[in-house]
Ligand binder design. Structure first.
Ligand code: GAL
Length: 678
């Protein structure tokens, strides 16, 4: 494992005035006259930070050991002269052709043994010793050359690690996996116990016998699968750390990060674990154009990113001004949508608003991906909106450094995501995020902001804690969650939580083993629902007449203080509890045994918020996204984003940072208000 010096680098926030604004800049795709025009346009838009050189290794080192830095020197100098800071990339996200020809063993291998070729990008395995050596080489050359450059504000290590290829199954990966397992378990007996290898003759005599979970006749050992996911997340992070070690050595004062992809789509990297090695959390987010509720998915990603950042301001390193090129149908954003998206990220904690990319490519596979400077040039809607955004962000400088207010936590655990969706489970339709996103959506629509927190995180600041499908729970996590209820929080635990420990071993004695006592319930058998099947919840109850899908189970109440708030109706679960509540300490512990429909979730959320004493960020018409950020000194900012097609009212008194003057109480259709509250 690379060792890092203990020096503490500067903060990127100190190098950039106000909110950071800019994007990926790929000047190598353009001749000098265009690059000079870029500087003028950047000044016009108010750009102050750019990620430079992400895919430029092939031009920086066209032949092994022969460097061409002149063009980059000129770019860096011109940016510095214009007062624009640079997040300089290590250029390692696409190895050059000469390197792959010389060392084809660096290429990634998939689970069926296919070697992924060059010709696109990200064609290397993070465990390849050869690749690491060359990547460290170009990183060191860049660091040495630009270590004192006035434009350098941040290192952008590689790019979206784990994008395209998340798991690596080659021989060198297998060897690294074995070493990782040895460190984790110490002895092969420990591994045999953890993986339960007495089953199906899977016993190992030595670590050398172990391979990655490659394509096999039927379901693979769950312990092997889970550890391989842990290993891959670690291997990519370890590769990041190997480059970070070089950067720390040459430029100890310059902070470093890499752009994460935290969203409902990126499952296989444990970003809560990664966060410890990033000086600032940076995230990329792209809307799914076909999703009618895409702004809610954006909020989910932004909230998750803030959780990974432990609530500190983070960087939106990439989003798009308009269409992307990689969805089946790449629809542009509607007028005003890019501003709403940008400010929604900012509302949820981003102090940097950046894009892929500065100038739209004219060739290559991303030529139809939108950019800040579109193919049509300055006389375009996109360019006008980019300039407007730059000016809006300028007015929002007072928000910089503030933190998002929230009294509701949703427990988020990548390991439970991995483990809950392994094969050979009671139902393949239990998706880790489904109920969680339902709760997040209901809170969003009610103007209540949630924080995503790790199961072991400090929960003391929260009045309401939601634990959704936390299938795998450590003893420490279970105790932490129970302690939150004891200390006064309303805690809700959902179906398929606390079923196994960290080795994917069932907690015996009845489900849900980790939370049985806390909830005062016990389940002997699950009753997963078939696709399209639903159960109706009993009349007179909290969620009377609402439907549940995906899951039900034979819940028994085993504690005299546990109340039944809703029951299933109809054979074979007629009268079986579906929602329960147990008073615990000064708080309570609720159980939810099915995936409620949207109205059911909303009704339940209403009751939970009421019990926890949590109210919306402000009173407002429906359809307005509301989030509050505040400084430690008491200055507060309400973001009100009107995604609807009608003007909306918002009750808040203060200064209208975007419109100027006093806030008049109305946010026009499609517009955003940021109010510095009295
Ligand atoms: C990201 C990537 C960028 C660009 C962008 C397009 O995944 O980091 O380089 O490809 O997607 O949406």
């Amino acid at each position: 494992m690379p060792t890092l010096s203990s020096s503490s680098p500067a903060s990127v926030w100190d190098s950039v005035d106000g909110i950071a604004f800019g994007g990926d800049y790929n000047p190598e795709q353009w001749p000098r006259d265009v690059r000079l025009e870029d500087i003028e346009l950047m000044k016009e838009a108010g750009v102050n930070l750019l990620s430079v050189g992400i895919f430029s290794w092939g031009l920086l080192e066209p032949r092994e050991g022969e460097y061409d830095f002149e063009w980059l020197d000129e770019v860096m100098d011109n940016l510095a002269a214009a007062g624009i800071k640079v997040a300089l990339a290590t250029a390692t996200a696409a190895p050059p052709a000469w390197l792959v020809r010389k060392h084809p063993e660096i290429l990634p291998v998939t689970e069926d043994g296919t070697v992924l070729e060059r010709g696109s990008r990200r064609h290397y395995s993070p465990s390849s010793a050869v690749y690491r050596r060359y990547a460290a080489g170009i990183t060191r050359s860049l660091a040495e050359r630009y270590k004192s450059h006035p434009a350098l504000a941040l290192w952008h290590v590689d790019n979206e690690l784990g994008c395209h290829v998340t798991a690596f199954y080659g021989e060198e990966d297998a060897a690294a996996f074995r070493r990782w397992l040895e460190r984790r378990y110490g002895s092969i007996e420990e591994l045999n116990e953890a993986w339960g290898t007495a089953f199906w003759s899977q016993h190992y005599d030595t670590f050398e016998e172990i391979i990655p979970p490659r394509l096999a006749p039927t379901s693979l050992n769950p312990g092997q699968q889970l550890d391989f996911m842990r290993f891959n997340s670690w291997a990519l992070k370890d590769y990041y750390r190997s480059l970070l070690a070089v950067l720390r050595e040459v430029t100890p004062g310059i902070p470093a990060t890499t752009n994460l992809m935290a969203s409902s789509a990126t499952k296989l990297l444990d970003y809560f674990d990664w966060a410890k090695d990033l000086d600032v959390i940076a995230n990329d987010h792209y809307l799914v154009a076909a999703d009618p509720e895409r702004e809610i998915e954006l909020a989910f990603s932004a909230d998750l990113t803030r959780g990974i950042a432990s609530g500190s301001p983070w960087m939106l390193m990439e989003h798009s001004t308009s269409a992307v090129n990689w969805q089946p149908h790449n629809r542009p954003k509607m007028p005003g949508e890019m501003l709403r998206n940008s400010l929604a990220h900012m509302a949820r904690g981003a102090d940097a608003v950046m894009f892929f990319q500065w100038r739209q490519s004219k060739s290559g596979s991303e030529k139809f991906h939108s950019a800040m400077v579109p193919h049509g040039g300055r006389n375009t809607r996109i360019w006008r909106e980019v300039v407007e955004l730059g000016s809006v962000l300028g007015r929002l400088a007072p928000v910089k450094g503030s933190r998002v207010e929230s009294r509701v936590a949703i427990v988020f655990d990548y390991e439970s995501w991995w483990a809950s969706e392994l094969d050979s489970h009671p139902s393949q339709d239990v998706r880790y995020l489904e109920l969680m996103r339902g709760f997040h959506r209901a809170m969003y629509l009610r103007g209540v902001t949630i924080d995503f927190v790790n199961p072991a995180a400090d929960l003391s600041g929260y009045d309401l804690v939601l634990v959704c499908t936390l299938y795998s729970a450590t003893d420490a996590a279970a105790a932490n969650i129970a302690a939150a209820a004891e200390a006064g929080a309303t805690v809700l635990v959902s179906y398929f939580s606390g079923i196994v420990d960290e080795h994917d071993h069932v907690r015996l004695g009845g489900y849900p083993g980790a939370f049985r006592e806390l909830l005062g319930i016990r389940t002997e058998e699950f009753h997963p629902l078939l696709p399209g099947e639903s159960v109706t919840l009993g009349s007179g109850s909290l969620v009377a007449g609402r439907k549940g899908s995906v899951w039900s189970e034979h819940v028994q109440v085993v504690d005299g203080t546990t109340e039944v708030l809703a029951s299933f109706t109809g054979y074979p679960l007629d009268g079986v509890p579906a929602v329960t509540r147990r008073p615990v300490g000064t708080g309570s512990a609720w159980y939810l045994a099915t995936l409620l429909d949207a109205e059911g979730i909303d009704a339940l959320v209403g009751r939970l918020l009421n019990e926890a004493g949590v109210v919306a960020s402000a009173e407002a018409s429906a359809g307005v996204e509301l989030v509050r950020r505040s400084h430690a000194d008491g200055r507060r900012f309400l973001f009100a984003i009107n995604h609807g097609s009608r003007d909306a009212t918002v009750k808040v008194d203060g200064e209208d940072l975007l419109g100027g003057g006093r806030f008049g109480g109305v946010v026009p259709a499609g517009a955003v208000a940021v109010v510095a509250e009295d």
